[in-house]
Design a protein around this ligand. Sequence first.
Ligand SMILES: Cc1cc2nc3c(=O)[nH]c(=O)nc-3n(C[C@H](O)[C@H](O)[C@H](O)COP(=O)(O)O)c2cc1C
Length: 187
Amino acid sequence: MTKIIIIPGSTRTGSHNVRLAVAIKQALEATDADITLVDLSDYPMPIYNGDLEQASGAPREARDLAALIALHQGVVLVNPEYNASITPLMKNTLDWLSRDMGDVKPYQNRAFALASCSPGALGGIRALNHMRDTLISIGAQEVISPQIGVGNAANAFDENGNLAVERSKNMLQTYCDRLIEAANRYA
Ligand SMILES: Cc1cc2nc3c(=O)[nH]c(=O)nc-3n(C[C@H](O)[C@H](O)[C@H](O)COP(=O)(O)O)c2cc1C
């Protein structure tokens, strides 16, 4: 079974991006994939600092998360847009994960997919573009298209936590199909 890990870049109570992560999880589970949904509160990491790394290497939480990612063939990053870019929580996590983890290489041999949800109209599209650039610069082998930007978050979900708007639902179906197809190449 295809193993996909979903990592939201917000730990806020009532986060729209966690809601989107749950909608993606539900859609992927309908395709029989095995899904892990991460809460980054469980992996608290200090802001990256080279002195810290030199003194004691990457924090245990970064190594644990890298090892967890390495068990999956697909990684979905669901990230809010902050000032047209990636949240500091997600960027700090990606930065630590880009450092030497020995044999564990969380960016290699798996497919990445991107998503964002915003109360605004643009659905976090600018953060998605920055995220894609960051992943490619780190050496992620594959970042799939399409990506999902869900705007107007207040009206985006139905009572079961699925996407409410027909066009978004269709987009999510295509997204899940492409992700599973890509992830299966790393099985
Ligand atoms: C510092 C900051 C900057 C923000 N910048 C943007 C932005 O550039 N574009 C946007 O659509 N929303 C922006 N927002 C609004 C967020 O999209 C909104 O707070 C969203 O609910 C955060 O995601 P979450 O609900 O998953 O925590 C910003 C919010 C904060 C706190």
